[in-house]
Design a protein around this ligand. Sequence first.
Ligand code: SAH
Ligand code: MG
Length: 218
Amino acid sequence: MIDNNYKLWEEQDKLKNIEKKANQNHIPIIDKETANILKTVVLIKKPKLILEIGTAIGYSTLWLAKFSPQFSEIVTIERNEDLLNMALKNIKDFGYEDKVNFKFGQAEEIIPYFRRRFDFVFIDAAKGQYLNLFKKVQEKISDNGIIICDNVFYKGLVRKNNKLAHKIRTIVVNMRDFLHYLEENDDFHTEIIDLADGISVSRRRNKDEKSRTFGTGR
Ligand code: SAH
Ligand code: MG
């Protein structure tokens, strides 16, 4: 009992340290709310194979690793080598290295090579590329598999009408296109959750279910 509590406190301390380091170095990490959604969905879904796009220093990876069953395998993709090395160190520090498979490179180039289907995907990469990434990954999802995307309101800008610098505007326009695509995509049932910076939760419909849907399929 005492040992368990000690381990819990030690882990919490270590997690706090990673949060602090990320904030100091302007490395993005998921909000508490996103973390709790990942935790909840992974606890309920018990996914065998998990894909994460955008590892950074492995903070969200830790949440996925901690709350997924022991049999789960997590594949996580990051295009920044320095960040990926830090992630590797963090995952080792928590003892989850056997569960996590790190891939270095551009996700859009790596995804087509996957042969297995994922039960759960977490997308938290370049915000202008979500549509592209979702399209690449959607064929690799098992029936009833889930795709969660972080920051779909992109700092709240997706729902505002501000004048924006060109680069930011492009990201906002792309994100709006992505949300429309989700809305019209009958292969998935999607909910947009108004928490943190906007989180989309999409579940892949299975074939039986599709033939039984009415109207727009919502
Ligand atoms: N999920 C992390 C934070 C990720 S920040 C956490 O919550 O802890 C987004 C990361 O995605 C950045 O490190 C960036 O380098 C990476 N990234 C962005 N676009 C990518 C792409 N197309 N392929 C691979 N990595 C990408
Ligand atoms: Mg994010």
